[in-house]
Every structure is written in structure tokens, then in C-alpha cells.
Write a protein that binds this ligand. Structure first.
Ligand code: ZN
Ligand code: ZN
Length: 559
């Protein structure tokens, strides 16, 4: 029976181009998961969008001397372009700047206000007399009161991942002029998070299928108790507050950005011509997965669930498979320090699948993982090309040259070949269950070990040697090997969609891999094959030095 799967993916701030850390953290695993479920015949809705609001965007706009709208429009277009080239298959990638989003946010805000779960209060906030403004979120910096790391912002500490209030920070500094802010009173709305603590604790206790780090981090956080949080800000860029007297303030970006999952679903439903269709992904039998980086865990396992519980009638997350960080040559990727491999740069120079391969094989699922160009070239050449690409090319060329461009008949299949096919079928089942449980790295390893096994099988059978004296045995070996690569095409499709689709065509099939589904089926004897072409290209070792140079001497400001 088919399942319904909602794939919600973190909303990138439209304040810079995407880097590989974000791709490994959220977008690639989400896409692998969505493609896998579509191939299984499940109903999938995968949404996200550009986060247009918040101080990351206004800080950027002020630096560039542009309006926030100009900045976000440019980067949003860049995101769309990157998704297409990298094959990130969103059903909808929208923005938080739509009227629909503001409408959905207002509905949620007013409903929670009505229920007494949002209330008005005064709070002490840093105000810079120099800059003559309140300093929300990224306009203020200081030392985290929990982990004592420097450079924590007014809304969150990047180091320990804890949400903060600006006045909690030690050694407050204005992020614009570096001056010392004074503390002033301002009236704001608060989300009554404290009311949800016990309810959330018992809900989280039931989520034993969550990743250990996500479960533990959330549970510890709840054990420390929940404080109410201000959800409006003294800024003029963002979703308006739907209450008279608050015209000069905006809704806090984190409060409204998570609502984007819901508003995007509604926008998608409208675009399908059935405005109520979003309900099938938010109510009843559906599993919602939220793909995010580890720095966003609390917002998705505590704050968003609290908002959903307060609003009522909508499903809570089923799983939040947050990844750890990708580092670059051992150091944390950083937009501000320009220490990153930018996705648009990569896509300009290389094919998407080798990157998808590397980031899957080295996905930061349970611990941080490191990216280096040396590792990239090595994995491309030694694994993708040498193990998988060569196998495919050898088999297709043997069949094409010796059997008139058609799949040869299997004839009497011997024990070794039967075992090879049985192993393929077992691998497809194993990859299936690993992907179902969001174990991406292991699923990739499983598929690649089938390719290694098939290489050994082919070397033993050596059909190129026996083709003259024993054509039937050669036909059997080639037919078996075609069966294995046909199976690899499916098992690797979620990871390597471009090359799998190409292999699908080279094997003589029409349509798409997704349409055929997650099944073990052999190309029928007599099927016409396409003239063989290599799936992947070997990379020159010089790439390493070239890219390392680019990285070390990059003076580019992103974008
Ligand atoms: Zn901290
Ligand atoms: Zn200042």
C-alpha cells in the first residue's frame, strides 16, 4: 500500500549563495529521501523556500547598499538555478515573501493569541544610542551564557545551538558600530512556550526512532524547562504583526519561517488547482520528515511542535533527521570568513552526480564529516569511475559489440550467476530499508559493494576471453551483469539521478527510473541497447591544486 510522505526542508536565508555544508546538511538527504519514496510509488510532497526575512538579510543588504528585496530576489533566483542543476527535486520552492505566507502566518498568530498562547509584555532590549536603533538578533553580539563561546548572536548561539535572548548575552556589543548598547524597554508579543513543556516531553519520549543526537539534545533541552520567547522584533523588514499599535514591528523570522512549511503546502495545493489538497500532507495518515542541520534542532523539535500543538488539528513532525556539520579541510564552513565551496561555483565546473556521490558516501549523519578537493578527486576516480562507471561501461560495451547491440539471452544460468542475481535483489531490499530509515551513507555503501562484487564476478567469468569458443557462457555472464547494473541503476537513483537516468536509456528503456519503480527487473533478452557512453569522467589530479589555490586565495565575496 502506498504511503504519504511530507518532506520539509530547511529554509535557506536569501543572503548569500549556497555552500556545500548546507547541501550535505539538509538538501541532498531530503532529495535522496524524496526520490526514493517516489520510486517506491509513494505520494511525496517536498517543499521549502527562500527565507527572505530576518536580520541575516538586512545585515547583508546594508553591507551591499541595496534594498532587502533586491538582495533576496537575486539569491532566490540563484537557489532555483542551483536546485535545477544539482537535481534537488522540490515540488515547490517558494519564498517567505508571498502574500499567502503572510496570510497563513497571521492566521496562526491570531489563533494562538485568541487561545492565550501568545501574550503581550514589555521586555528589556539592547538599544544602540550611536545607531539609534534597537538591536535584534544579528545586530548584537556577545558571549553565550551557556557555553561561553564568543560571537553568539541575540537569538541563538551557533556553537551550542541554544536559542537566546539578547539580554542573556555577556559583553553585549552593537554589531554595526561595536559600541556598547544600553538597555531599553520595548513592548512585544511572547509565545507561551512554558505551557507546552510537559506535553512536549511526553511526545518526545515516544520518538525512539529519532536519531540519538536529535533525541538527546531535545530531551535535555526540555528537561531544563521552557521559557516563553519574544516573537516580534523592532525592525521594519518582515511579516507584519496583525495587531493595531504594532505597525513599526515585525514578526520574528524564526516564528514565521517554520510556518513556511505549512504555507508552502497551501501554495502548492492552490497551484494544483485543489486548494484543500494540502490537508492530505498535514492531517491523518502521513509521515512528516524535517531535513535540517543540527543548529536548527530546537526550532523543529520544540518550538514548531509547540506552535502546532497550540494551533491544533495538524500533524507534528514524525522525524527530524538533522545532520551534523560538514567541515572544509578541518575547519567549519563560514560565509562571513569566505571559507566555503560555493555550490554555483562547483556546478559551473563539474557534474552534479560526483558531488552527490561524495556527499552521500561521506554524509555527516552521526558525526561531522570533512570535505577536501583531494577526497573529492579520489572518490570520483577510485570509486565512482573505477568501481561503478567502469563496470557499467565494460558490460554495455561487451553486449553492444558482441551481440548486435542487444541484450543477449541468459540461457542456462549457472550457480555463480544465480547467486550474483540473488545478491542484487537482496541489495535492493537492503538499500530500500536503509533509505526508509534515513541511513543514507550506509545505503550508498551497500549499493557500491554490489558494484564491487559484480566486478569480481565479471573478472572471474571473463566473457571477453571465452566469447570465441563458448558464446553461450559469455552471453550468460553478460546478461547477468546487465541484470546487476540494471539493479544498481535503481538502487543508486536517489543518490545519482542523472547517471541512473542515463543508464536507464543506455539499457534501452523508455521513460524514467521513477516510473519503473523500486523493482528488481532484468532487461529482457533481445532488448535493443543504446550505443555505450561512459557514465562518469575521470578527473585530473591537477584539480586538487587548482581548487585548493582558489580556496586559499579567494577574494570573492559570495555572490
Ligand atoms: Zn552557546
Ligand atoms: Zn551601534
Amino acid at each position: 500500500m502506498s504511503e504519504r510522505i511530507f518532506v520539509a526542508v530547511a529554509w535557506p536565508y536569501a543572503n548569500g549563495p549556497l555552500h556545500l555544508g548546507q547541501i550535505a546538511g539538509a538538501y541532498l538527504p531530503a532529495d535522496i529521501f524524496a526520490r526514493y519514496h517516489r520510486t517506491k510509488g509513494n505520494e511525496v510532497l517536498m517543499v521549502s523556500g527562500s527565507d527572505q526575512h530576518g536580520t541575516p538579510v538586512t545585515v547583508r543588504a546594508e553591507k551591499e547598499g541595496k534594498s532587502p528585496q533586491e538582495v533576496v530576489s537575486r539569491y532566490h533566483q540563484g537557489f532555483l538555478d542551483s536546485w535545477e542543476k544539482l537535481g534537488i527535486s522540490f515540488d515547490l520552492f517558494t519564498t517567505t515573501g508571498t502574500q499567502n505566507h503572510a496570510k497563513v502566518v497571521h492566521d496562526l498568530f491570531l489563533t494562538l493569541l485568541d487561545k492565550g498562547l501568545i501574550y503581550k509584555d514589555r521586555m528589556a532590549l539592547p538599544y544602540c544610542p550611536n545607531c539609534r536603533r534597537f538591536l535584534p538578533d544579528r545586530y548584537v553580539e556577545g558571549t553565550c551564557p551557556y557555553c561561553h563561546s564568543r560571537g553568539a548572536r541575540g537569538d541563538q548561539c551557533d556553537e551550542c545551538g541554544k536559542p537566546l535572548n539578547p539580554v542573556d548575552l555577556i559583553d553585549l556589543r552593537c554589531g554595526i558600530c561595536r559600541g556598547s548598547p544600553e538597555i531599553r524597554d520595548s513592548e512585544h508579543f511572547f509565545l507561551r512556550l512554558s505551557a507546552f513543556c510537559e506535553q512536549l516531553k511526553s511526545w518526545v519520549k515516544e520518538q525512539s526512532h529519532w536519531r540519538q543526537n536529535v533525541f538527546n539534545f531535545t530531551f535535555r533541552y526540555l528537561t531544563e524547562g521552557l521559557k516563553d520567547r519574544a516573537i516580534t522584533r523592532d525592525i521594519s523588514w518582515g511579516v507584519s504583526v496583525p495587531v493595531p499599535g504594532f505597525e513599526g514591528k515585525r514578526i520574528y523570522v524564526w516564528f514565521e519561517a517554520v510556518i513556511g512549511y505549512l504555507s508552502a503546502s497551501k501554495e502548492w495545493a492552490e497551484s494544483c488547482g485543489d486548494g484543500e489538497r494540502w490537508r492530505s500532507f498535514w492531517q491523518g495518515e502521513v509521515k512528516s520528515y524535517y531535513f535540517i542541520g543540527k543548529d536548527n534542532i530546537i526550532f523543529h523539535t520544540v518550538i514548531w511542535p509547540a506552535m502546532l500543538l497550540g494551533y491544533g488539528g495538524l500533524n507534528l513532525p514524525y522525524d527530524v533527521p538533522a545532520n551534523e556539520f560538514l567541515t572544509l579541510k578541518g575547519k567549519q564552513l563560514s560565509t562571513s570568513r569566505n571559507w566555503a565551496v560555493w555550490l554555483p561555483d562547483y556546478l559551473e565546473r563539474y557534474h552534479p552526480d560526483p558531488l552527490r556521490y561524495l556527499l552521500s558516501a561521506n554524509m555527516p549523519e552521526t558525526s561531522d564529516a570533512d570535505f577536501s578537493w583531494r577526497g573529492f578527486v579520489r572518490r570520483n576516480n577510485d570509486e565512482l569511475v573505477a568501481t561503478y562507471g567502469n563496470l557499467v561501461h565494460r558490460v554495455l560495451t561487451l553486449a553492444y559489440r558482441n551481440f548486435g547491440g542487444r541484450v543477449p539471452p541468459a540461457g542456462d544460468v549457472d550457480e555463480a550467476s544465480k547467486a550474483m542475481l540473488a545478491k542484487s535483489e537482496a541489495t535492493l531490499r537492503r538499500v530500500d530499508s536503509l533509505l526508509y530509515g534515513c541511513h543514507f551513507r550506509e545505503a550508498m555503501r551497500e549499493a557500491m559493494s554490489l558494484a564491487q562484487e559484480a566486478n569480481r564476478y565479471l573478472d572471474t567469468k571473463a566473457p571477453w576471453k571465452i566469447i570465441k569458443e563458448d558464446r553461450d557462457s559469455a552471453a550468460m555472464a553478460i546478461s547477468t551483469a546487465l541484470g546487476v547494473i540494471c539493479c544498481l541503476k535503481t538502487a543508486l537513483y536517489p543518490f545519482l539521478p542523472f547517471s541512473s537516468q542515463k543508464l536507464h536509456r543506455l539499457l534501452g528503456f523508455d521513460g524514467s527510473v521513477e516510473e519503473v519503480g523500486w523493482t528488481f527487473s532484468l532487461p529482457p533478452a533481445g532488448q535493443r541497447l543504446a550505443p555505450p557512453e561512459p557514465l562518469f569522467a575521470k578527473l585530473d589530479e591537477a584539480v586538487v591544486e587548482e581548487e585548493d589555490n582558489r580556496l586559499e586565495h579567494s577574494v570573492l565575496t559570495p555572490g
